[in-house]
Design a protein around this ligand. Structure first.
Ligand SMILES: Cc1cc2nc3c(=O)[nH]c(=O)nc-3n(C[C@H](O)[C@H](O)[C@H](O)COP(=O)(O)O)c2cc1C
Length: 284
């Protein structure tokens, strides 16, 4: 099952791309409207890009009144990415959303410094909604297994991973290319980081996992599934190739049969099983 990564597709300007996915994930919605950061907000690097969009969005009320009805008319299952600066912010937005899957963006700027932990935010949201609740985590945690267990114990129905890594790129005059200096680094270089995160989380939990980070081909999607992802999200690749969803879907089919699998479910955790059998043979 393919989704877009939050912030990497505007379904209202590219409805056909959204319809080529199994679900559309919105840009993160915050309680108040945000204009986002001053330009330059996106810069290319040798491998991928850095962005500091600053969570530009119309704010919760305008999103619910105006954007959400228009998104519903697309006929694609909707995932709403929810952000905030405290557990109360997140929970208040969850409380006004119905008939959508909610993805909590737990890697919002300032949230890392919020008094509440990721698990506390998930717990507050669980109390506020009965909608399906995914928690999207930052790759900056060293122990992704522990993060996954804490999120599951707090009541999440699934985990999305990974968000961007913090990155800086310089222009020819040695100034940071982004006006803010640092930004979120996305694209191909994230692939090994995403695979490690998914593998660690899968060893810790049976929850569904949306894997993302640098997916550009069917083989990359298969890698995430083999490490334990149940769904795959496409991010940076959509900026260069809006046809990526159908292309990657077809490539995944070819990759599956080349590896002797009939369905993605047959390839699920294939890499993890190799690791487990290596560990067992070492113990013997
Ligand atoms: C321009 C841009 C904007 C993004 N905005 C958001 C966002 O609003 N909320 C969020 O959770 N992730 C956001 N992300 C992160 C992506 O959803 C994804 O986690 C990350 O880019 C890794 O996947 P990729 O390497 O395939 O792009 C954004 C990424 C990019 C490149």
């Amino acid at each position: 099952m393919f989704l877009n990564a939050s912030g990497c597709l505007d379904a209202l300007t590219a409805p056909d791309v959204a319809r080529s996915l199994d679900g559309f994930v919105t840009k993160t919605v915050t309680p108040e409207a945000r204009a986002g950061n001053a330009p330059v907000r996106i810069a290319e690097t040798d491998f991928g890009m850095v962005n500091a969009i600053g969570l530009a969005n119309p704010g919760r009320d305008a999103f619910v009144a105006d954007t959400l009805p228009r998104l519903r008319s697309l006929g694609v299952p909707l995932w709403v990415s929810v952000g905030g600066f405290s557990a109360h912010d997140y929970a208040a937005t969850c409380a006004v959303l119905d008939d959508v899957t909610i993805e909590l963006n737990l890697s919002c700027p300032n949230v890392d410094e919020a008094p509440e932990s990721a698990a506390e935010i998930v717990r507050a949201c669980r109390e506020a909604t009965s909608s399906t609740l995914y928690a999207k985590v930052s790759p900056h945690s060293w122990d992704m297994g522990e993060t996954a267990r804490a999120i599951e114990a707090a009541g999440a129905d699934g985990i999305s991973m990974i968000n961007t890594l913090k990155g800086v790129t310089l222009d020819a005059t040695l100034r940071p290319a982004l006006a803010r200096g640092a930004g979120g680094y996305s694209g191909p270089a994230l692939r090994p980081v995403a695979l490690a995160a998914v593998m660690a989380a899968r060893r810790a939990t049976d929850l569904p996992i949306v894997g993302m980070g640098g997916v550009e081909t069917g083989r990359h999607a298969l890698d995430l599934i083999a490490c334990g992802a149940t769904q795959v999200a496409l991010g940076t690749v959509l900026f260069a190739d809006p046809d990526a969803p159908s292309r990657i879907r077809a490539e995944l089919e070819q990759e599956l049969s080349a590896h002797g699998f009939d369905t993605p479910a047959d390839a699920f955790c294939a890499a993890l099983k190799t690791v487990a059998s290596l560990e067992n043979s070492r113990k013997r």
